[in-house]
Write a protein that binds this ligand. Structure first.
Ligand SMILES: [Zn+2]
Length: 43
């Protein structure tokens, strides 16, 4: 069974409220912490 994991960060696999917002804003399904990391170290 697969569940919808709308708020699961793809980087750290933690469930964060910010994941959904960041997906909309930046296109990355990541939490605020990982978004910071990506900003400092862009892929
Ligand atoms: Zn994360």
């Amino acid at each position: 069974m697969e569940e919808l994991q709308d708020n699961i960060c793809e980087e750290c696999k933690n469930e964060e409220e910010s994941v959904k917002n960041n997906l909309i804003i930046s296109g990355f399904k990541i939490c605020d912490s990982c978004k910071l990391s990506k900003t400092i170290f862009p892929a």
